[in-house]
Ligand binder design. Sequence first.
Ligand SMILES: [Zn+2]
Ligand SMILES: [Zn+2]
Length: 364
Amino acid sequence: MKVNKVLEIKKGSARVLEMNVAAPVSGFVRVRQTIAPNCIEHRVYKTGFLEWHETSSSLGHEGVGVIEAVGPGETKYQVGDRVVIFQGWACGDCWVCENGLGATHCINLKGPQQVEEANHSESGGAGFCEYRLVPNNMLAKIPDNLPDKYATAANCLIGCTYTPVREHHVTQEHVCVVGGVGFIGLATIVNLKYRGAKVIAIGRDTKRMARAAELGADVIINSEDEDWLAQVKEHTIDGRGADFSFECSGYPYYQQRCLDSLRHYGTMVQLGYAADQGPDLKWELNTECGICWSKKTITASFDVDFRHRREILETLCDPWMQDKIDKLVTHTFPMSRAAEAFELLNDRNSVNEFVGKIHLIPGE
Ligand SMILES: [Zn+2]
Ligand SMILES: [Zn+2]
C-alpha cells in the first residue's frame, strides 16, 4: 500500500485527503499523474450534485503521467512509460469496443469504484489523485517529443472533439455551425479549422466569442440577434444552411439553433453535456417539420474513439495545434488549491480574463 493524495469535492469545498492505494493487479498499471485536467467537476463544487460520480472522492476522469508500477504479466507497458489516460473502463469485448469506437459508449462501461474493487484499493480509480490505477486498454503512450501539457489535450479537449469531426469526414468544402462556445465548442472550432472547414460560431459571451475568432472561426454570430438564422444562412451556399452543426452546450437553447441552422440532409452532432440538470432534461422537438421533411440527422459523441488514439497523438505534435492548445488551456493550479480553480470557473462570466480549460497538478 502507498499513500495517495485524493481530491474530495463537496458543495463549496475541495480538499486533499490521504488515502491508501494498492499495487496494480493483472491487467492494470499505476500511473503517477502529472496533470489532472478539470472537465465538469467545478459544477459539483458549485451544487454538491455528483451527477454520475459515485462518491465525493471519485471525481475527475482525464489525465497524463508516468507508469510507476505494472500488474503481474504486463507486456504492453513498462515502468517509466509516459501515457495519456482515457476515461472509464471499457470492456474491450463488446460490439463498440471490437469496432474501435468510443470507450465511453462501451456497452459494459465500468467506473472508478469498479477499478478500485478490482485492485482491492481504497483509492486510485478516478482522475483527481496523484497515483491512479488504470486498465491497460485505457492508455496510450505519449510520443517522446510531445510535452504532457499538449498530450493531455487528447482527453476532453482536442480528443473528444476530434472523433466527431473525423468520423463525419469534414473537409474544406463544408460549412459548420458551432453552438455554445465553452472549451468544448472552442476545441471543436480548432478541429474543424484543422480540416479546413468554414466555421460559423454562435454564442453570447463576448470573451468566449473573441477567443473563438482568435482560434479561427470565420463568422461570429450573436445567438440573441433576432435575425441570427438569416445571418447563418447568408454564409452558406445559396442560403441553404450549414452542412453540419456541433452542439456544445447540452441545452435546448443551442440544440434548437443547431438543428435550425442545418441544410436539408444536414447532420447535427450533440457534444454538450448538461448532466448537472439531472437525467430528465428534455428538448421538445417538432419531428415532422424539424427532422423528417428536411431529412436531418441528429447524433452524439462524447469521446475519442479507440481507433483514433494514435492519430490524435500525432495531431497533437503539430505546432499549429499546440499554439491553439495554448489559447484553450488558460490556467494551472496545484491540486491543493483546486477550490480557487473551481471558483474561477464558476465566476468565469464575471471576471475580466478569458477562462478556458484548467489543469490541476496532483501531488502539489
Ligand atoms: Zn465494451
Ligand atoms: Zn472530460
